[in-house]
Design a protein around this ligand. Structure first.
Ligand code: BES
Ligand code: MN
Ligand code: ZN
Length: 494
């Protein structure tokens, strides 16, 4: 991650000024308007302030880059975040090593200085993300962007706090992206366990169960899915105690399927490689833990991650099999490719046993969710209106958006089994919802929300703030905002 700092005046020879629609300037731009080079440039009218358009002019003592903001009345934090990402990419491409940016001067309805600093810093860090661990060829030598100063006029300590929060959020998001982007032969259940254990904080305790311990604990549904794989499963439990000991934690449960071939109900070959991303739910949980511990948020969290591959070995679980899950509920397997809900059943039941205040789970659970919502929103379901409303609000603020689907009682009919308690598929109709209905059987009466991130967890084309095609780190920004709203105080950042 590049260095980002808060400053109150010019630090670098490259400065980035907003150019509003109609070629209007903010105060920083106004202050250099009398320079003849700038005056000529503006008079030429080539740059009309179109959103994302960038042009540089060279002054005697440096360079001024003007970035178009589009219609100022349409600006919001998401557009600011994306604009910062575009600016970062452009500076990096143009071999700029250090620059000052004046984007906090933009007025955004209902956004504080802290909100703007956070959005700008997130955009820069996330937009400059790369994943080249496996590229051994040396790259063409070029000057890499190394540091940015966000110039602020106002409360500097508020801006610095916001920058530290953004750093924790970005590093959590990048951690989640990296975990997702590593291939299935590297990012195995054991690897996920090691990565969880490598997150260190005095108030964080992590326990990783290996296969023997999983057998002893009785996580039988996880073991059933693991039967087709030659590598061991893991069951990861993380406890972060940032608040009072007796405060019930918020439980975060993440699907950690390190590769999903579908099992005996095998998937088609096309794009099957993308099923290395089937552990992005667990990556979200780990990313959230990284961000929360870096911010020292005063909150208690319980993280639970069941992890395995879903393959087709000779001992693989089969369509028709009936499994007795950890909770005792029997599951008739009709499609071995509906494995996510199977492993989550044990993790949710375990989480519910710990009597958390609420449970939120994250899973690349259904292809149907990708069809319904595409990459623009995570599917939201659950039993708690409070949690759902909180997630919707945080989704709007962070642009890590969610969209609710109904969980009417009637949908539960679709997962009734003739010979077991429930079956693991509810047919093609409302596939995202019936998957959630299945999960709902394992959370007792603990307030619960389910996030189906199948469409949002990765994006092969890339976006401005997630430019490398691959894992996006979806749900890290969402949940950190949700947790901060719960705490209702500014985090004390270490
Ligand atoms: N991991 C997949 C869901 C998925 C598919 C996510 C494509 C993103 C893109 C999950 O394990 C799965 O295979 N679900 C099945 C369920 C079906 C068999 C009831 C699906 O969605 O097809
Ligand atoms: Mn599957
Ligand atoms: Zn899966």
């Amino acid at each position: 991650m590049i260095q980002i700092s808060i400053a109150t005046n010019q630090q670098s020879s490259v400065s980035v000024f907003p150019l509003l629609d109609g070629s209007k300037l903010t105060s920083s731009g106004e202050s250099i308007k009398s320079d003849s080079v700038v005056a000529n440039f503006l008079a030429a009218g080539e740059h009309q302030g179109k959103y994302g358009a960038m042009r540089s002019v060279y002054l005697n003592d440096g360079r001024a880059m003007f970035v178009g903001t589009g219609e100022t009345s349409k600006l919001n934090l998401h557009k600011l975040r994306t604009l910062a990402a575009k600016v970062g990419a452009k500076l990096n491409k143009n071999n700029v090593e250090q620059a000052d940016i004046y984007l906090t001067e933009l007025e955004i309805t209902n956004a504080s200085l802290a909100d703007k600093v956070q959005a700008i810093a997130e955009g820069l860090w996330l937009g400059l993300y790369t994943f080249d661990t496996y590229q051994t060829q040396e790259k063409e030598a070029k000057t890499e962007l190394a540091s940015i100063n966000i110039i602020v006029d106002g409360n500097v300590s508020e801006a610095k706090q916001a920058l530290m929060a953004a750093q924790a959020i970005a590093s959590g998001t990048i951690f989640a992206r990296d975990l997702g982007n590593h291939p299935g032969n590297i990012c195995t259940p054991e690897y996920l366990g090691d990565q969880a254990e490598a997150l260190l904080h005095p108030k964080l305790k992590t326990t990783v169960l290996d296969k023997a311990a999983i057998e002893k604990a009785g996580f039988t549904a996880l073991l059933a899915v693991n039967q087709g794989s030659d590598i061991e499963p893991r069951f990861i439990v993380m406890e972060y105690n940032g608040a009072n000991n007796d405060d019930a934690p918020i439980a975060l449960v993440g699907k950690g399927l390190t590769f999903d071939a579908g099992g005996i109900s095998i998937k088609p070959a096309g794009q099957m490689d993308e099923m290395k991303f089937d552990m992005c739910g667990s990556a979200a949980v780990l990313g959230i833990f990284k961000a929360v511990t870096e911010m020292n948020l005063p909150i208690n969290l319980l993280g639970v991650i069941p992890s395995t591959e879903n393959l087709l070995g000779g001992s693989a679980y089969k369509p028709g099999d009936i499994i007795t899950s950890y909770k005792g509920i029997t599951i008739e397997i009709l499609n071995t490719d509906a494995e996510g809900r199977v492993i989550l059943s044990d993790a949710l039941a375990y989480a519910a046993e710990q009597k958390p205040a609420e449970i939120i789970d994250f899973a690349t659970l259904t292809g149907a969710c990708v069809i319904a919502l595409g990459g623009q929103a995570t599917g939201l379901m659950g039993t708690s209106d409070d949690i759902k409303q909180g997630l919707i609000t945080s989704g709007q603020k962070t642009h890590d958006r969610v969209w609710e689907m109904p969980m009417f009682e009637e949908y539960q009919e679709q997962i009734k089994s003739k010979i077991a308690d429930i079956k693991n598929t509810g047919g093609r109709e409302a596939g995202t919802i019936t998957a959630a209905c299945f999960l709902s059987r394992f959370v007792d009466d603990i307030p619960w929300a389910h996030l189906d991130i199948a469409g949002t967890a990765w994006n092969m084309k890339g976006t401005d703030i997630s430019p490398v095609g691959g894992a996006t780190g979806a749900s890290v920004r969402l949940i950190v905002d949700y947790l901060r709203n719960k705490i209702e105080i500014n985090p004390t950042v270490s």
